[in-house]
Ligand binder design. Sequence first.
Ligand SMILES: NC(=O)C1=CN([C@@H]2O[C@H](COP(=O)(O)OP(=O)(O)OC[C@H]3O[C@@H](n4cnc5c(N)ncnc54)[C@H](O)[C@@H]3O)[C@@H](O)[C@H]2O)C=CC1
Ligand SMILES: [Mg+2]
Length: 288
Amino acid sequence: YLFELKEDDDACKKAQQTGAFYLFHSLAPLLQTSAHRYLAPRHSLLELKGLLGKFGQDAQRIEESVLIGCSEQHEAWFALDLGLDSSSSISAQALLHWHHTHQFCSRSGQPTKKNMAGSKRVCPSNNIIYYPQVAPVVITLVSDGTRCLLARQSSFPKGMYSALAGFCDIGESLEETVRREVAEEVGLEVQSLQYSASQHWPFPNSSLVIACHATVKPGQTEIHVNLRELEAAAWFSHDEVATALRRKGPNVQQQNETFPFWLPPKVTVAHQLIKEWVEKQTCSSLPA
Ligand SMILES: NC(=O)C1=CN([C@@H]2O[C@H](COP(=O)(O)OP(=O)(O)OC[C@H]3O[C@@H](n4cnc5c(N)ncnc54)[C@H](O)[C@@H]3O)[C@@H](O)[C@H]2O)C=CC1
Ligand SMILES: [Mg+2]
């Protein structure tokens, strides 16, 4: 069904009649507080038309919405940015952002035109089709068997440590990226690696973060931190990491702890990867 909506402008327009719209303003999502949680409100086409009227905007703007998914029952979901100027037609934040920054053909310099679903943009002068881009990123939790390696960049919030990360270079396999990034950032040689999970990540643009566990040889654990990329990197024991997982950053209390670092929040695949490592270590240290 999604494929049909992406390829057929009329089918997509029809799906808007019964679909739900999520709103953004200059790429920031519209959220409503409800019982201490933030929820993204859904609007029907009729409600959206009413809202546009209220803001003095033309109903024509609905054409700028992009398809971001659908329910099992074929209710299509759209996102619309009301803050960007009307000449820009701009799925959720990452897709809206891509449309916003791909308004022109890089060959002809002519404005490109979005299809109804927003799954591509076409240059009318030479028919070049542009599809939304995703940059693959690997995130690697390196372990020497008993400890894991965590690092921080100077741009991270104070006290936060995470696994190593890096963008894939063109021509590389994921395995090659993991080996290169670990070598580049901390000077270690990866012995083995294992895929864990992946996650879409909209920052800074649209990334697909692929999370892996990696091991280094127990005798080869001396870290050489690349200070152009990282502020610090160190080995952490199972107990230190298990304690850090329970902390809610960034309001870390000094208490009696010597090194009260905290870890990325639960929504991140980095958090899941670190948690998985702690659980595996706990299982392997249990008596048989
Ligand atoms: N969701 C999660 O759990 C995690 C997500 N990340 C994300 O992964 C990304 C990569 O991690 P870093 O260690 O910063 O990468 P990195 O080690 O490759 O260094 C970043 C540098 O790579 C270059 N680069 C190459 N291709 C790029 C592209 N397509 N987009 C932007 N920069 C590019 C830039 O010079 C940039 O300064 C970050 O944006 C971060 O937000 C990182 C860790 C966990
Ligand atoms: Mg990095």
